[in-house]
Design a binder for this molecule. Structure first.
Ligand code: SF4
Ligand code: SF4
Length: 365
C-alpha cells in the first residue's frame, strides 16, 4: 500500500515555545446527572463523578449546560495523600494502569518480555503536533522511562520514531539520546497514517513481540508511576484563521473560549473550528460552550473554505486511495473503515464521503 503526504498550507507555522494557561477562573466538569451543593468547597484532584476529578481547588458556583462550574481559588489545595514515586516494575506498571482504568492495561497485561519497544512522536493530522511537543517538553524523563522499560522487559531494540521534517526536536533528541546507546532515533517521512501501529509496523524493519506506545502514552505512564500531577492537557491550537498557531498546556475542563480570549487572535469573522484534526476530527458548533476534556488534543481554526460539493464523476480516486479496501461509493467492506478521511480528502468533487460512511455505519448498527 502506498502512503501519501498530505498537502499543507506553508503559511501555517507553529511557534516552537509551549505556553501555559494553568489558572483559568472557572473549570467546567462534565456532570450531567449529579447534584452537589452550591458553595461546596472542592479540593484539587477530588473525585466529582467517576472518572472526573477537579483539576483545581475552589467553590462550586452552579451548573451550566451539562457542566458543574467550579470557581478556581488558585490555591491548588489537595487533601493530603502521601505521594511517592513507584519503583518501575512490571507489577507496579500493571497496578498503576489498573487503578487509573487506563486502556494501556491490555497492552501490558500478561507480558514479561517485549522484543522491541517503539515510541512514536508522530501526529498524522496536518497542523497537529502533540506527540512531538510532549517529547520536547519531557525528553529526559521519557528517555529515562524508555530505558527502564527496556531493562525490565528485556528488549533487544528500542526505537524513538520522529518525522524527518521535525528538525527542531531531532537536534534536541540527538543531544539527549547520547546517554542511551540502547535507544535508536529513527526518522520517517511525513506520510499520513504512520501514527497508527498497523501502518508504522509495515515500514519499520522489526517484527516479533513489539510494544508500541505514543509519546503521549509514555508520558501518561510516567506520570502514574511518578505520581505526578495529572490535571493538565497539552493542546495544539493552529490554523489559517489564527494570527499565530501555538502549543498550549491548559487545565483540564477549561472552556475553549477562555483559552482563545486569553492567548489567541482570530484574523477573520468567517472561520470554522474543528476538534482533533481536519482529517478525522469533528466540527465544533459553538466555541462558547466547548470544554477541553481528556479526549481533546487539538483545535484547528480555519478560514471557511467556499467549496461546493459537485456530482460524482466516477474517477475512482476514493476507491484507489482507501488504505483498508473500502469502496466508499458502494459501501463494500464498510466495516473495515478506519475513519481516516482520505476518500473525502482526495475527491475532486468535494464529496464528504467520510461523513456519509459514518452515517451509513451508524444506521447499520
Ligand atoms: S474514511 Fe474509511 S472509506 Fe474513506 S479512505 Fe478512510 S478508511 Fe477508506
Ligand atoms: S473520488 Fe469523488 S468523484 Fe471520484 S469516484 Fe469517488 S466520490 Fe466520485
Amino acid at each position: 500500500m502506498k502512503l501519501i503526504t498530505l498537502e499543507r498550507d506553508p503559511s501555517i507555522k507553529i511557534n516552537n515555545d509551549i505556553i501555559y494557561y494553568l489558572n483559568p477562573d472557572y473549570v467546567y466538569i462534565p456532570s450531567q446527572d449529579i447534584w452537589i451543593d452550591d458553595r461546596k468547597f472542592i479540593h484539587k484532584n477530588s473525585l466529582i463523578i467517576a472518572p472526573f476529578k477537579s483539576p483545581v481547588s475552589g467553590y462550586i458556583i452552579g451548573t451550566k449546560n451539562d457542566y458543574l462550574v467550579i470557581k478556581n481559588d488558585f490555591r491548588e489545595l489537595e487533601k493530603k495523600e502521601k505521594r511517592f514515586k513507584k519503583k518501575i516494575t512490571i507489577k507496579n506498571i500493571l497496578e498503576c494502569l489498573d487503578k487509573n482504568n487506563d486502556k494501556l492495561l491490555d497492552t501490558f497485561k500478561n507480558q514479561t518480555k517485549f522484543t522491541n519497544i517503539v515510541i512514536n512522536a508522530l501526529n498524522d493530522e496536518p497542523y497537529v503536533y502533540n506527540n512531538i511537543f510532549i517529547l520536547k517538553e519531557n525528553i529526559d524523563e521519557l528517555l529515562e522511562l524508555l530505558d527502564e522499560l527496556s531493562y525490565i522487559y528485556k528488549t533487544d531494540n528500542n526505537y524513538l520514531v520522529v518525522k524527518n521534517i521535525d528538525t527542531m526536536i531531532i537536534n534536541e533528541c540527538l543531544n539527549a539520546i547520547g546517554t542511551y546507546p540502547n535507544i535508536k532515533l529513527t526518522l520517517v517521512n511525513d506520510e499520513y497514517l504512520l501514527e497508527r501501529k498497523e501502518f508504522l509496523e509495515n515500514i519499520l524493519p522489526i517484527k516479533d513481540n513489539t510494544l508500541y506506545l505514543s509519546a503521549t502514552d509514555l508520558l501518561r505512564l510516567n506520570n502514574y508511576l511518578l505520581d505526578k500531577d495529572n490535571t493538565t492537557i497539552l493542546l495544539t491550537i493552529s490554523g489559517s484563521a489564527l494570527k499565530e498557531s501555538r502549543i498550549i498546556r491548559v487545565k483540564k475542563y477549561t472552556l475553549l473560549k477562555d483559552i482563545l480570549d486569553n492567548y489567541f487572535e482570530i484574523d477573520t469573522d468567517d472561520y470554522q473550528v474543528i476538534a482533533n484534526g481536519l482529517m478525522q476530527g469533528f466540527l465544533v458548533p459553538d466555541i462558547t460552550n466547548f470544554v477541553i476534556t481528556d479526549e481533546i488534543y487539538a483545535i484547528n481554526i480555519m478560514k471557511s473554505s467556499k467549496v461546493r460539493e459537485d456530482a460524482c464523476i466516477n474517477c475512482g480516486k476514493c476507491l484507489e486511495i482507501c488504505p483498508v479496501g473500502v469502496n466508499p461509493l458502494s459501501g463494500k467492506n464498510i466495516k473495515s473503515c478506519i475513519n481516516c478521511g482520505l476518500c473525502s480528502y482526495i475527491c475532486p468533487s468535494f464529496i464528504n464521503l467520510k461523513a456519509k460512511l459514518k452515517e451509513q455505519i451508524k444506521n447499520e448498527r
